[in-house]
Design a protein around this ligand. Structure first.
Ligand code: EPZ
Length: 419
């Protein structure tokens, strides 16, 4: 079994380049099932979740070739299966995103109901509401979910919650439906805009991504395209917090700063110096940071995927901070692990109250999801002694060579195999 060991490290210094966004690559890989000609994707992060999605596409009949670093070629001309295998669905919830493309391309899709995970039950009712609104018959039996339709018909769909996945699945299904579809209260994340841009390159006719109303005019057929995945705003935020928490001076490259405004604002509020320079952000931390309050919200609010990392920082900020999680019902699994490192945190429903302390102490901890894992690495960088992080497969799902990239900034971090 592998663990990551982090020793108390000097202030991080140097440059680090952000990879393509996991949460853009996954829906765009799924959307590649709609294309009938060659698709070339650039800057695809080399992470476990992308490997699993490529396996899902191949299991459906798509040709998928991983060319050199970050380049993937897909051809979905001859799809020959509409059923997503249980073991693949079970490995990664985002496999759900192939349902919309299959439904509109083949008229049928079947998958096992995704299980819950550490951060919540993760229902898919809004995805299914969208498919039904487009005229599909949806059946759930024996833990499987199937959707069928000769031809989807465009319609107006209101999302009770601006679900990222539901917005993406409905956009992809509606791309080849008959007539126009309007999604109201759509998610506005940058990854939705990236998906719209990719689909339009394939020949789709979609407008409004990035706002709460997305209009999709269905087309008969989609072709091929080349597309570069947008930078990962959460990976960028993670490295920025790493610079802040260690009092370092780090330049994070390949960042679209408009995608991480809330993180930049909150770091500045805490006393971190941030210098934006085009597609780079220089972050200069200090050891006199102040407590700040954070409330996670759908985009453009503070991202839920940054809450754990930011909470690691708040454990050593002067004063008392409150972090309120409004997106998922259980995204505080990392709190107990941070408390094992000496953090003073109390949970009250959806709120975590964090009293800043002078320093954390290293401990044996475990990652419950990929962002919690990243938070434990950040805490380990400043904790006295050594921190051993277990369940690091969660981290590898979303971060490329995490320890190598932290090491290049001066972190004392390594991956070890233990019995
Ligand atoms: C995407 O998950 C991301 N994953 C998540 O990132 C991210 O945390 C989340 O969006 C929110 O930004 C990918 O893009 C692959 P949602 P998704 O549907 O689409 C409820 C990471 O760390 N909901 O916006 O699953 C749901 O229970 C991962 O990279 C319904 O009630 O998120 C949750 O409370 C973690 N019914 C809320 O909406 C539905 O049908 C947000 O979920 C769908 C969702």
């Amino acid at each position: 079994m592998e663990i990551i060991v982090v020793e108390k490290s000097p202030p991080l210094k140097g440059n680090v380049r952000v990879n393509g966004a996991k949460n853009s690559a996954l829906p765009i890989l799924a959307a590649s099932l709609l294309g009938t000609e060659d698709i070339i994707l650039e800057d695809v992060p080399k992470i476990k979740d992308v490997e699993i999605m490529c396996e899902v596409l191949r299991s459906l009949g798509a040709k998928v070739e991983v060319l050199d670093e970050g380049l993937i070629k897909i051809n979905s001309k001859d799809l020959n299966n509409h059923i997503t295998r249980y073991d693949l669905m079970n490995k990664m919830r985002a496999s759900l995103l192939v349902m919309g493309p299959l439904l509109t391309r083949l008229g049928k899709t079947k998958s096992s109901l995704p299980g819950g995970c550490a951060i919540g039950t993760r229902p898919i009712d809004l995805h299914l509401k969208g498919f039904k609104a487009l005229g599909a018959t949806v059946e759930t039996e024996h833990g499987n979910i199937g959707a069928y339709a000769e031809r989807l018909i465009g319609d107006k769909i209101y999302l009770d919650f601006p679900s990222v996945g539901a917005t993406e699945n409905i956009m992809m299904a509606a791309a080849m439906a008959k007539g126009e579809t309007i999604i109201d209260n759509a998610a506005m994340e940058p990854e939705i805009v990236d998906l719209q841009n990719f689909l339009n390159k394939l020949g789709a006719n979609i407008k409004g991504a990035g706002t709460s109303t997305i209009k999709i005019k269905g087309v008969e057929k989609l072709g091929g395209a080349s597309h570069q995945i947008i930078p990962d705003r959460i990976e960028a935020g993670t490295f920025m917090v790493a610079a802040a928490i260690t009092g370092g001076d780090v330049v994070v490259d390949n960042v679209i700063t408009s995608h991480i405004k809330p993180v930049i604002a909150k770091l500045k509020e805490a006393g971190v110096e941030i210098i934006e320079n085009g597609e780079s952000v220089r972050v200069i931390g200090s050891n006199k940071l102040k407590a700040v309050d954070v409330k996670t919200l759908p985009y453009p609010g503070f991202p839920t995927d940054m809450a754990a990392q930011f909470m690691a920082l708040l454990t050593v900020c002067e004063g008392t901070s409150v972090v309120i999680e409004t997106v998922f019902e259980n995204r505080f699994m990392h709190v107990d692990e941070l408390k094992r490192m000496g953090a003073d945190i109390k949970i009250d429903g959806k709120s975590a109250i964090i009293r800043g302390i002078d320093n954390l102490t290293g401990a044996q901890v475990k990652a419950s999801d990929l962002r919690a894992g990243a938070a434990l690495i950040l805490a380990g960088l400043i904790a006295d002694g050594s921190t051993e992080i277990d369940n690091i497969h969660h981290i590898d799902r979303g971060y490329v060579d995490i320890e190598g990239r932290f090491r290049q900034l001066g972190a004392k971090i390594s991956r070890r195999t233990i019995e």
